[in-house]
Ligand binder design. Structure first.
Ligand SMILES: [Zn+2]
Length: 332
């Protein structure tokens, strides 16, 4: 049976994405904090595949190939530019191996160190970097391409043009602040320009927790009439405290801001209710969060066979916590 493509899936209902790869693989010892480049695809493919499998079991309908920061110029920073083909190809193959026929695989491009606002030479180079990565990912058989974490609209539009030129469906998510893009466009302006340029899905990822992210994507939702995606971080960034990288514990001690499964479940329900079609996670979102989101959307993914049953706990006091109300109260 032919798999539905991402746009067919979105027509049918809410699509559940996966979580964050880079920070988790850093915590597990396979990615280096600092460069954060994804050579894990070549050095420890089994570690990357395992994380994909965890997200799949938790209900993800899309696995994102770990080609984030795999542009030639970014790889150059960690001395691996010569591995660009191998890394992009391996990352897609690993995601496809994990997905089998149970999930779509998205290729990924993201912001590049070569980008300089308004510099024609730089824009030409960056477009070439995107074209190269996308050609490799398409050749390995990705189902669509996500351009993500862009702080400048200008660079996001370059990525969008490159994706559209490949003929694959496009999803473009900005790494906004509440004031919009770094190159001075409001949230609404970015939404309209990306939609007018032909993006299939637009939205935001990274930077903010579900609370603030939903405030922003709701504004995008009102500005345009195309599919909206939201992939927040699972770290607390109360409104007014700035994006997560502004917090003193970024990036090596983020655990103290970690959000619970209940907060991500609540996010999934609220996102669906305001019309977000593609609901997933970015940094700090792990498989147990994705399972909680899946269950909040009324699904029962394979990992639900191990969903909590505290009524069977050996300590009587803990058994009383099997009531969901207890955890709602504890989360607030
Ligand atoms: Zn992120």
């Amino acid at each position: 049976m032919k798999k539905l493509d991402i746009l067919d899936l979105l027509k049918k209902g809410t699509v559940l994405g996966d979580g964050g790869y880079v920070f988790e693989l850093e915590r597990r010892g396979y990615v280096q904090a600092g460069p954060y480049t994804p050579e894990v695809a070549l050095e420890h493919p089994e570690a990357l595949e395992q994380l994909h499998v965890e997200f799949l079991r938790a209900g993800a309908e899309v696995l994102q190939a770990l080609t984030f920061y795999a542009s030639e110029d970014k790889l150059e920073i960690s001395g691996r530019a010569h591995l660009i083909q191998d890394i992009n190809r391996a990352a897609v193959r690993i995601a496809k191996k994990a997905a089998k026929d149970d999930a779509l695989v998205a290729g990924v491009v993201t912001l590049t160190p070569s980008y300089e606002h308004g510099n024609v030479e730089s824009l030409r180079k960056v477009r070439g970097l995107f074209d190269h990565q996308i050609a490799l990912q398409k050749d390995e058989g990705v189902d669509f391409i996500i351009g993500e974490t862009f702080i400048n609209l200008e660079e996001a539009l370059l990525a969008l043009d490159a994706i559209k030129a490949s003929g694959l469906p496009s999803m473009l998510t900005m790494n906004f602040t509440v004031d919009g893009s770094s190159d001075g466009f409001s949230v609404e302006d970015c939404a309209r320009r990306l939609a007018d340029r032909g993006a299939d899905i637009i939205g935001m990822n990274c930077n903010y927790d579900p609370e603030v992210s939903l405030m922003i994507v709701e504004r995008m939702r009102k500005a345009v009439n195309i599919h909206i995606a939201c992939q927040p971080v699972a770290y607390s960034t109360p409104h007014g405290t700035g994006p997560f990288f502004d917090h003193y514990c970024f990036p090596l001690s983020l655990e103290q801001l970690q959000l619970s499964r209940f907060e991500l479940a609540s996010f999934a329900r609220r996102a669906r209710d305001i019309g977000v079609g593609y609901i997933g996670g970015c940094c700090g979102v792990l498989a147990y969060h994705v399972r909680a989101m899946a269950e909040a959307l009324g699904r029962r993914p394979p990992a639900s066979e191990k969903s909590p049953n505290l009524a069977r706990h050996v300590i009587p006091e803990i058994r009383t916590r099997s009531d969901e109300e207890y955890w709602h109260a504890a989360a607030h």
